[in-house]
Design a protein around this ligand. Sequence first.
Ligand SMILES: [Zn+2]
Length: 153
Amino acid sequence: MTGRKLKVEAIASGTVIDHIPAGMGIRILNFFELTKQQDRITVGLNLKKSTGGKKDLIKVENTKFTKEQAQQLALFAQDATINVIEDYKVVEKFKVTLPEAIEEVLSCPNTNCITHDEPVSSTFYIKEQQDKVALKCHYCEKSFHQSFFKELV
Ligand SMILES: [Zn+2]
């Protein structure tokens, strides 16, 4: 160790997701299938926060997160910020926020739920309970903590 700071390379255009809780970076990569795309991705794990503690950071070149994706991101990292980069500059910066509902991307943990047998896309309503998030299935009306979803762990 030289003690020198490792500088993460700047990107010309794309998205920087900052303030991801340490350990969530990999889950986010998997969930959004970011590693399957061709563009360059820089991932920082267990980076030191200026306020103490650790965080993960993801830079994805030539990719812009949709509003929907940004909301889904909040399931993993409620305090994450998204920086949109154009021409090496941050042109937009915002905090992610939990959506009221999340569609299609999650499958219901209830194996008896109709969504597993019928060609319907899933819909879950999101409820925040203290610092936890519960998701209620539109079809079977059962609520689950986010840790019950295979897509989120
Ligand atoms: Zn269900």
